[in-house]
Structure formats: C-alpha cells, structure tokens
Write a protein that binds this ligand. Structure first.
Ligand code: 6PG
Length: 481
C-alpha cells in the first residue's frame, strides 16, 4: 500500500486546517491525536473522501509514512512537544524528520535539534502564522533546524504557504532555533502593531469623542494608504460590528488584555542581546498594565486628574494620528530587525532579512504592504545598518515628524497613555542624537564605583579614572572587554 507524504499529530484548530490545506495541494496525510475520537471525528466530517488516513497509535502512524518520514507536531508548546518527541524518536529511522509547528521557545528548539540530530534524525522548528484562516488557505511558514531536512519538506511547505506575486511566504530560515526565533519576533511585532492601533483608537475615542463607527471609517481609510495591513483592516471590521442589541460589540469588551508569552520572550532576548526594543517591550507592559483592572479602577477614583479636552482641528489631528502610526510602526520594525541582526550574529544563523520580510509579507498576522517595502530595502542594501536609514523610511519619518510630536505631546498633556507612540519617538530622537547625556552617566559610575570612562579626546577603548573626591584610592574596576 502506498505510504503517505506527511503525518500530522495534533488536531486542534491549526492542525485540522493545515491538514486540509496540505491535502488540497495533492499530498497524502496521516493523522494522529492523543484523543483517538478526534481522529475519527475529522475523518467523518471535513476529511471525508479526502486523501487523509487516520492512525490510532503512534506505531501505526509511523508505519503509514513514506521515508524519510515527515512527522509534524501541531500541539501546545512545552511539555506536550517534549513528550511526543521522546515517544516518537524510538519509532523513527535515520534520516526521518520531526517538525514542530507550534509556538515553541527557540531555546527549546535549539536543544531539541541537538537531541534529535544526536539520534540520527532531523529536526525542524517552524513558525506558522495566520491563525485558522491562514492555516487552511495559506499561512506564512518560517522553518529552521536541520538543513538536510529542507529539500524533503520544501515542496509541501511552499505549496501550502501564502503566495505574494507568485512567491511563497516560506523559505529556509537557518540553523536550529532560528525559525522559531523569527516567529517569536513576528509575534513581538504583532504586539507592537496591535498596541499602536489601540493607542490611535484610544485618542480618537477619549480625546476626540468619536464613536466606534466613526473610528472604523478612519481605519478603513488608512487601510487604503501606506498603513494597509491585515490588522488595520480587521480593526475597521471589529469597530463596525454591532451585536444583537445594536450596540458596538467592542464597547462591551472588558479592557483586560491576554497574552501567551511570546511577547515576553521577545523582550527577554532583546535585553539579553542588548537591543533597545522599546516599542515591543512597552506593548508587553501595556498588556500587563491593562490586566490590572481592579487596581486601575481603584486608582482612577483615588487620584484626581483633569479630563481630556481637545480644542484643535479634529480632522487635522486624525491625520496626525495616521502619520504617528506609520512613523512608530517604522521604528518598531527597525527595532525588530535590529534584534534579528543581533540574534543572527550571536547564534551564527546568517539570517536573510529580505527573505524574512517576504515570509511576513503575506499569510501571517502582521502581513502588510509595508513589508514589501522592507523587503525591497534589504534587497537593495543587505547590509542596511538600520531600517530607519533606508530612503523610503527616512523620508516617511521626516515627513511624519511634526505630526508624531503633536500626537505624543497631546496624549501626554491630556493624560491619555500612549507608550508605544511616545517610546518610538524617544527612540527615534535618541538614535538621531549625536550627543546623549551618557557622559554624565559614565562620570557617576566612575565617581561611585571607579567603573572608568572613555574620553572624547582619546581613542575608543582607552579607559580613564578620576579621583573625583580626592579621597578614593587608585584601584579601579577592570576596563570593559
Ligand atoms: C500567529 C499568531 C499566533 C499567536 C496569537 C496569540 O502568527 O498566527 O501570532 O501565533 O499565538 O496571536 O498570541 P498572544 O496570545 O500572545 O496575543
């Protein structure tokens, strides 16, 4: 009997839809789930009459697969992945491939690649983005791990991935945990985009006193501009949605944000690698602050502050918000790509930034026209120092600057929190400031701890100490390496 092209374990939303997508592209699929009933249920419903075969034990599942076997796990990140890998390793043969398609932490993927390769098998950790709809119709797929596995998996992955101008939003990312790292940064950027949209909404709702429908029309308009993206598009849809009582549903939703951890991981790696990822980190903190609902309600009663008042030109300010959105978004992506560069250097991944931008151009949650421009910028200059310096982005930042400053200052003056707009602007001002006050900072460190400093009139890397009080000894800290 002919064996199947690929096997998928895990029949939750992503698994089920990805299986149907794979099959629709002409590949045969074996399916397995810990709860056997889910297998028969799928076979009797959406998989009926399709080239999809059920298995009721891991042994049966493995036996149904063509060699080298391709076993894709679409289960919850963490213990479930770990347990399945341990159970399936003894059933596989040299050259077989285990693929983890969940939102696993890249450090786990680095470790698992090593473990699986040490058993003579191959491992892929791949980001898959696009939610339910993407999984079925074409997600963005970001695979990394054992390079020898790629030629076996490529025809399937590139067939099922979203396409932009005929190019698949899927390519090989790099060694070990790089695929999951890139997906994690995608999620961090997703947090940033969402936060910026929410801050724009907040200003329009509470400062300009606009209702959801009016705000929706602004997002619908922005979706026709440089801001055109999936998240802006769905924001317009969401804001326009009225429930059975004729009330905008968004106005009925409690303002406590959830999150599953990828934003926190992004912040942690940024701090570890020394990359100022300010906007995404602010977005994570904003979600955490939002979850402190009771504390916020209490503080709003205890502490008095003036209500927002807007006396200016409303339409002009809405235009300013659109420009601030674009400028802040440029900063967020610039920071995200800076982090990718630092990780690539630190882990030796040799990431291709143009190719990553293309993978994110379609299929995924952050898909946008803007990513096409990022791809072009990296293609034109693969060594681009910072995205903000590329001509298109530099011009947009310069053109948006007065609006951006008006939005940030108006938000501050009116007590409307806009941490993403404001931190993006602070980063921009810091990055473009040739003379920061870190001279004083270094002096303080040297004063209280003899931590040494460099001088403007001496070569970099030469360190000095001053006995600031006349009382200190001559012992200093070791010069930084
Ligand atoms: C995707 C998404 C997805 C993510 C959710 C929820 O690319 O399809 O990024 O992978 O899990 O968006 O993330 P939070 O619960 O952390 O918001």
């Amino acid at each position: 009997m002919k064996k199947n092209d690929i096997g998928v374990i895990g029949l939750a939303v992503m698994g089920e839809n990805l299986i149907l997508n794979i099959e629709s592209k002409g590949f045969s699929v074996s399916i397995y789930n810990r709860t056997a009933q889910k297998v028969s249920q799928l076979l009797e419903t959406r998989a009926r009459g399709k080239n999809i075969q059920g298995a009721y034990s891991l042994e049966e599942f493995v036996d149904q697969l063509e060699r080298p076997r391709k076993v894709m796990l679409l289960v919850k990140a963490g213990d479930a992945v770990e347990d399945l890998i341990n159970q399936i390793i003894p059933l596989l043969e040299p050259g077989d491939i285990i693929i983890d398609g969940g939102n696993s932490n890249y450090l786990d993927t680095i470790r698992r690649t090593e473990l699986v390769e040490s058993k003579g098998l191959l491992y892929i950790g791949t980001g898959v983005s696009g939610g339910e709809e993407g999984a079925l119709r074409g997600p963005s797929i970001m695979p990394g791990g054992s390079k020898q596995a790629w030629p076996h998996v490529k025809p399937i992955f590139q067939a099922i991935a979203a396409k932009v101008d005929g190019s698949p939003c899927c390519d090989w990312v790099g060694d070990n945990g790089s695929g999951h790292y890139v997906k994690m940064i995608h999620n961090g950027i997703e947090y940033g985009d969402i936060q910026l949209i929410c801050e724009a909404y907040h200003l329009m709702r509470d400062l300009l006193d606009m209702d959801s429908g009016e705000i929706a029309s602004k997002f619908a308009y922005w979706n026709q501009t440089d801001l055109s993206s999936f998240l802006i598009e769905i924001t317009a849809d969401i804001l326009n949605y009225k429930n059975e009582n004729g009330i905008y549903e968004v106005d009925c939703i409690l303002d406590r944000a959830g999150h599953k951890g990828t934003g926190i991981w992004t912040g942690v790696t940024a701090l570890e690698l020394g990359v100022p990822l300010t906007l995404i980190c602010e977005s994570v903190f904003s979600r955490i602050l939002s979850s402190m609902k009771d504390d916020r309600v209490n503080a709003s009663k205890v502490i008095t502050k003036a209500a927002p008042v807007f006396n200016g030109d409303k339409n002009a300010f809405i235009d300013d918000i659109g420009k601030a959105l674009l400028a802040s978004k440029i900063v967020s992506y610039a920071q995200g790509f800076e982090l990718l560069k630092a990780a690539s250097a630190s882990y030796g991944w040799e990431l291709d930034y143009g190719s990553i931008a293309l993978m994110w151009r379609g299929g995924c949650i952050i898909r946008s026209v803007f990513l096409g421009t990022i791809k072009e910028a990296f293609e034109r200059d693969p060594g681009l120092k910072n995205l903000m310096l590329a001509l298109y982005f530099r011009q947009k930042l310069e053109q948006s600057l007065p609006s951006w400053r008006r939005v940030a200052s108006t938000a501050i003056l009116n007590g409307i929190p806009a941490p993403a707009f404001c931190s993006a602007l602070a980063y921009f001002d810091g990055y473009t400031c040739a003379n920061l006050p870190a001279n004083l900072l270094q002096a303080m460190r040297d004063y209280f701890g003899a931590h040494l400093y460099e001088r403007i009139d001496a070569p970099r890397g030469q360190f000095f100490h001053t006995n600031w009080t006349g009382k200190g000894g001559t012992t200093t800290a070791a010069p930084p390496s």
